[in-house]
Design a protein around this ligand. Structure first.
Ligand code: ADP
Ligand code: MG
Ligand code: MG
Length: 883
C-alpha cells in the first residue's frame, strides 16, 4: 500500500477505515510519478478523467463543487513518499480560489478575512512551489519569491503597526494578495492563474517535480532513500484552521519524541493553517498544561482553550497508538470547533526516546520483546553514548539565553550562520553550531554537517527540529532572545554580540545556551533504565559474541562495562612508544647482531609483562587476544635531528650511521613491506619476548587465583609455513614458562586472516591455528589493492560518481572481500570443526557488516569499546531478521 500510495496516502486511507474523521480526497500513486519522469514530464492520457471522477466523489461527500461560483470546494495537493521525508517536498493549500469563487465563499462563510487569508496563502505557496521552484525559475532580485512576499507582508504589518497575523483584517489580506500578484508577475514573469483547474494541475505537477527538488535530493542522499521510489500526490478537500477564533491547527506526538515519556506532546496555533506550525516561522503554543515548561508557561494550551476538542484528540491519540502499536506524529486541524485529522505517521524520535518507547510498549502489552528490539536501530543506541554538557562546568557558567529543548544531549562548536558555511566549515574539520532564524528544510545539508542546531523561531514539532531529532542531533529551537543577522554573520543576545566563529555550547536537554566552550562528558548508558532492559533482551536473542578492541586496561574496563565478552584485538605496538621504552625499541632495531638485539629486546620484557598483566587482569574470566608486533619498524625511528643525535649518543655511534640505518629501513610500500609476522620471522627474539611477557603475566595472575585466557595472534600470515614458524616459538615459550613457574595454563595460538592468500589457503593454516580473526582493514586493502592511507585522492570521487556505493573500509564489501571471508571460514572449519572465528577490523562495529558476519557463521565480532552496545543490538537484529 505504502509503496503505491505513499505513507501519507496510505495512512489517510487507514485512518478513514478505523473511523477517524479525515477530509475526503484521493491519491495519485507513485507509479504516476515515475511515469511522469520516464515520459518527459507528461502525465498519462486517462489521468484527467480519473481525477474528474474521483473529484466528483469528494464533491458529493463535501456537498461542494470545485470551481463553483456559489458553493466552491477548495483542495489541498500534498506530497507523500513511501518513507516520510518531513518537509522535503511541497504542499499547496487552498486551491480553487479565483475571482469567480471568492465571492461565493465569502457569502457562504460570512467571513471575508478568512477567505482572503486563505487566498494570500495560496498565492504565496503557488508562486513558490509551482511558478518558481517547479519551473526552475530564478526571481530577478536573487532572493526566493517566498522570501520576497514575506518581506511585503512584514513591511505591511510594520506600516499598520500590527505584530501578529491575527491583527490583520479581510481588507488587509485582500490588499496584500494584490501586492503579491504584482510582485510575482514582475519577478517571475508569469501571472498567478485565476482558474481553479489550472491551479490544481499546476500543483499536481509541481508536487511530482518536488521529488527531485534540491531539499528532497539532499535528504534522500543522507537517508539512503532510492530515487526510483517517487512520490504520491494526495488531493484532499480543505478544512480550515483559519476560519476564526474557534479554529486552529496543530501537530502532536503521541509520546514525547525527545525523551520517550508517555505524555501527549504537541503544539498548536489559533486561527492558522498547518504550514504555520510546521514551517517553524511562528513559535506555537503548547498542547496541554502538563508539558509546559518555563519558557511557555504563560502560553494558552489547547487543553484549556478547547477542552472538549482536546479530549477528543486525546482519545484519537490512544486509538492510533493501539492501532499502529507505535508512537505517532499527527497533524490536525480544528474548523470552528470541529476536529479533523490530517496526517499520522510513525513519529521520528531520538535514541533515548526510541529505547524508552520500545521498552514501555512491551510492558504496556502493545508489542513483543522481539519487536521492541527491532524498533531501536543500532545507531540510536549509539546516541546514548553521546556526550552531554559537563554538569560541573555548567553549574558555574551563566546561560546566555534559553530556548526550547528540541534534541537532547550537548554540543559545543563555532557559530556559522548558513547551511552552506556549515558544510564548508565541517569539511575543513571544524566543529560547528548552525545558528538560523528558523529551522527550514532548505538547510538540511548544513544541519547534517553541524554538531548542534540553534534557531530563534520555530517549535519543537517544526519539520527541521524533527529531522534533527531523527539524526540524534543536539538542537534548541524557538530561542526568541536571539536577534540574528545572517547577512552580517552576527547575532545579538542579552546585549552581547557574537559573530561567526565564536564558540557556543548548547544543552539540548534543558534548552540552555552558553557563549563559551564548555566541556562535554561521556554519558553512562547504563544509567538509562530502559537501555539496560533492552540490552538484556538483545543478549538473550543474539548468538554472535561481541568483543572489544582495546590495549589499555582503562579501555578494557570500559568495554567490559559496555558488555564486551572479551578482547578481540589487543595491539602491542603502542606500548613501545612510551619514552622509557622507545630507546630500547630503537636499540633493538639498530642492533648489529642477534646478541645485541636480544639484550635490547629483553629490556622491554618487564614493561610488556606489566601491560599484559593489566589487561589480562581487567578481563579475567574472559578471553583476550593479543597480537604480536605488526607495524613496519621505521615507524619507531626518530623523526627529528635532535632525536637522532640523542640516539646516536646512547648507542655510541655517529648520527650519520643512525641516518643510514633509517634510510635502509625506508620502504616504498611499508604496508606491504617488512611488517607483521615477517618481523617475528626475521627477529624471533621479538616474538619470544612478547610471548614470554604474555605467559609470565598469565602465570602470575593464575597464581593469584584468577581465570586467565590469553590468545596469541600472529599478524599478516600468508602461508602455512609462516604461521608454523611463529607458532613454534610461542609454544616453546609457553612450555618454558610453565616449567619455570611450575604451573599449567591454557592458551590458544591463532592468526589474523588479512591477506587474500591466507583466506585461499585457510585449510592449510587451520591445521595449526586454533583461531582465526579476520583483519578486514588489511584484507580490504589487499583485496582491492587500495592503500587505505591514500584513498582520500579518489574515493570521494568514486562515491560521488557511484563507482562505489559505499566506502569499503567502513562497511564490509560483502560481494568481494566477503567471499574471501566466507572461503576462509569454510576452508578453516573443513579441517578444524570448532575453529574459533572472529573479525577485528573496523567493520566489527558496523551493523551491516555484523549481519554479514552472522550469516557466514563467525563466533564473534570485535570493535571499539564505544561500539560494543551497538554491536550487541545489531547482532540481535541479525538473528531476528534472518530467521
Ligand atoms: P508535509 O508532508 O510537509 O508535512 P503536508 O502534506 O502534511 O506536508 O501539508 C502541510 C500542512 O498543510 C499540514 O500540516 C496540514 O496541516 C496542512 N494541510 C494539508 N492538507 C490540508 C487539508 N486538506 N486541510 C487543511 N490543512 C491541510
Ligand atoms: Mg509540506
Ligand atoms: Mg505533514
Amino acid at each position: 500500500m505504502k509503496n503505491l500510495l505513499g505513507g501519507k496516502g496510505a495512512n489517510l486511507a487507514e485512518m478513514t477505515n478505523i473511523g477517524i474523521t479525515v477530509p475526503p480526497g484521493f491519491t495519485l500513486t507513485t507509479d504516476i510519478c515515475n511515469y511522469y519522469y520516464k515520459n518527459n514530464l507528461t502525465l498519462p492520457d486517462d489521468l484527467d478523467s480519473q481525477v474528474s471522477n474521483a473529484l466528483k466523489q469528494t464533491e458529493t461527500i463535501m456537498k461542494k463543487q470545485f470551481g463553483d461560483e456559489t458553493n466552491p470546494l477548495l483542495l489541498s495537493v500534498r506530497s507523500g513518499a513511501r518513507q516520510s521525508m518531513p518537509g522535503m517536498m511541497e504542499t499547496v493549500l487552498n486551491i480553487g480560489l479565483t475571482s469567480k469563487t471568492i465571492p461565493g465563499l465569502i457569502t457562504n462563510t460570512g467571513n471575508k478575512r478568512f477567505v482572503y487569508d486563505a487566498y494570500r496563502r495560496l498565492i504565496m505557496m503557488y508562486a513558490d512551489v509551482v511558478i518558481e521552484k517547479a519551473a526552475g525559475r530564478k526571481p530577478k532580485d536573487g532572493e526566493g519569491i517566498r522570501h520576497q512576499l514575506e518581506g511585503i507582508l512584514n513591511s505591511y504589518k510594520d506600516k499598520k503597526g500590527c505584530s501578529q497575523d491575527v491583527d490583520l483584517s479581510g481588507d488587509d489580506w485582500k490588499t496584500i494578495s494584490d501586492k503579491f500578484k504584482i510582485q510575482i508577475k514582475d519577478q517571475l514573469g508569469e501571472e498567478f492563474p485565476d482558474n481553479s483547474y489550472n491551479q490544481l494541475w499546476g500543483s499536481i505537477k509541481a508536487v511530482f517535480k518536488s521529488w527531485n527538488g534540491k531539499r528532497a535530493v539532499n535528504y534522500r542522499r543522507i537517508e539512503n532513500i532510492p530515487g526510483e521510489w517517487g512520490t504520491a500526490v494526495n488531493v484532499q478537500a480543505m478544512v480550515f484552521g483559519n476560519a476564526g477564533k474557534d479554529s486552529a491547527t496543530g501537530v502532536a506526538f503521541t509520546r514525547n519524541p525527545a525523551t520517550g515519556e508517555n505524555e501527549f506532546y504537541g503544539e498548536w496555533l489559533q486561527n492558522a493553517q498547518g504550514e504555520d506550525v510546521v514551517a517553524g516561522i511562528r513559535t506555537p503554543n503548547p498542547l496541554n498544561e502538563s508539558t509546559k515548561i518555563e519558557n511557555n508557561k504563560k502560553a494558552l494550551s489547547l487543553e484549556s482553550f478547547l477542552p472538549e476538542v482536546y479530549k477528543q484528540l486525546d482519545r484519537i491519540r490512544t486509538k492510533l497508538e493501539t492501532h499502529y502499536t507505535d508512537m505517532q506524529d499527527i497533524e490536525f486541524t480544528i474548523e470552528e470547533g470541529r476536529l479533523w485529522m490530517l496526517q499520522t505517521r510513525a513519529g521520528k524520535r531520538n535514541g533515548p526516546a526510541a529505547i524508552k518507547i520500545a521498552v514501555d510498549m512491551v510492558s504496556e502489552g502493545l508489542i513483543e520483546k522481539e519487536e521492541a528490539l527491532l524498533r531501536v536501530s543500532p545507531g540510536q543506541i549509539d546516541e546514548l553514548l553521546h556526550p552531554m554538557v559537563s554538569p560541573e562546568e555548567e553549574t558555574t557558567a551563566t546561560p546566555l539565553a534559553k530556548g526550547l529543548p528540541a534534541g537532547p544531549g550537548g554540543a559545543s562548536g563555532q557559530i556559522v550562520f548558513t547551511a552552506n558555511d556549515a558544510e564548508v566549515w565541517a569539511k575543513n574539520g571544524k566543529t560547528i553550531i548552525l545558528v538560523r532564524d528558523e529551522t527550514s528544510p532548505e538547510d538540511i545539508h548544513g544541519m547534517h554537517a553541524a554538531a548542534g542546531i540553534l534557531t530563534a523561531k520555530g517549535g519543537i514539532t517544526s519539520h527541521a527540529a524533527l529531522v534533527a531529532r531523527g539524526w540524534g542531533k543536539c538542537c534548541i529551537v524557538g530561542c526568541g532572545a536571539l536577534q540574528i543577522n545572517s547577512k552580517d554573520k552576527t547575532l545579538v543576545v542579552s546585549g552581547k554580540e557574537l559573530k561567526e566563529g565564536d564558540w557556543i555550547t548548547l544543552n539540548g536537554t534543558t534548552g540552555k545556551i552558553y557563549n563559551k566552550k564548555l566541556k562535554l562528558i561521556d554519558t553512562d548508558p547504563n544509567s538509562h533504565k530502559e537501555y539496560a532492559e533492552l540490552m538484556i533482551w538483545a543478549d538473550e536473542v543474539r548468538t554472535l559474541k561481541v568483543r572489544a578492541n582495546a590495549e589499555r586496561p582503562e579501555d578494557a574496563a570500559l568495554a567490559r562495562r559496555f558488555g564486551a565478552q572479551g578482547i578481540g584485538l589487543c595491539r602491542t605496538e603502542h606500548m613501545f612508544f612510551d619514552p622509557e621504552r622507545i630507546s630500547a625499541v630503537r636499540k633493538m632495531i639498530l642492533a648489529k647482531n642477534e646478541e645485541e638485539r636480544r639484550s635490547a629486546v629483553m629490556k622491554l620484557l618487564p614493561y610488556q609483562r606489566k601491560d599484559f598483566k593489566g589487561i589480562l587482569d581487567t578481563m579475567r574470566d574472559l578471553p583476550v587476544t593479543i597480537r604480536l608486533l605488526d607495524p613496519p619498524l621505521h615507524e619507531f625511528m626518530p623523526q627529528t635531528n635532535k632525536q637522532v643525535n640523542k640516539l646516536a649518543a646512547e648507542l655510541n655511534i655517529s648520527p650519520n650511521e643512525v641516518h643510514t640505518r633509517i634510510n635502509n629501513l625506508h620502504e616504498f610500500n611499508p604496508m606491504l613491506g617488512h611488517r607483521g609476522c615477517r618481523l617475528g620471522i626475521a627477529y624471533p627474539e621479538i616474538t619470544e619476548m612478547q610471548s614470554r611477557a604474555i605467559f609470565e603475566a598469565t602465570a602470575e595472575l593464575i597464581k593469584e587465583g584468577k581465570n586467565i585466557f590469553p590468545e596469541v595472534m600472529v599478524p599478516l600470515v600468508g602461508t602455512y609455513t609462516e604461521f608454523e614458524n611463529q607458532e613454534a616459538i610461542v609454544r616453546q615459550t609457553a612450555d618454558n614458562v610453565m616449567e619455570e613457574k611450575s604451573i599449567k595454563f591454557e592458551y590458544l595460538v591463532g592468526t589474523m586472516i588479512e591477506l587474500p592468500r591466507a583466506a585461499l589457503t585457510a585449510d592449510e593454516i587451520a591445521q595449526k591455528a586454533e583461531f582465526f580473526s579476520f583483519g578486514t582493514n588489511d584484507l580490504t586493502q589487499t583485496t582491492y589493492g587500495f592503500s587505505r592511507d591514500d584513498i582520500g585522492g579518489f574515493l570521494p570521487g568514486y562515491l560521488e560518481q557511484k563507482v562505489l556505493t559505499h566506502d569499503p573500509f567502513q562497511s564490509l564489501d560483502q560481494t568481494g572481500v566477503g567471499q574471501l571471508v566466507k572461503m576462509g571460514v569454510d576452508k578453516g572449519r573443513s579441517v578444524r570443526k570448532n575453529l574459533k572465528i572472529g573479525i577485528c577490523g573496523e567493520h566489527g562495529g558496523d551493523p551491516e557488516s555484523i549481519d554479514f558476519c552472522y550469516r557466514v557463521g563467525l563466533d564473534y565480532v570485535s570493535c571499539s569499546p564505544f561500539r560494543v552496545p551497538v554491536a550487541r543490538l545489531a547482532a540481535a537484529h541479525s538473528v531476528l531478521k534472518n530467521t
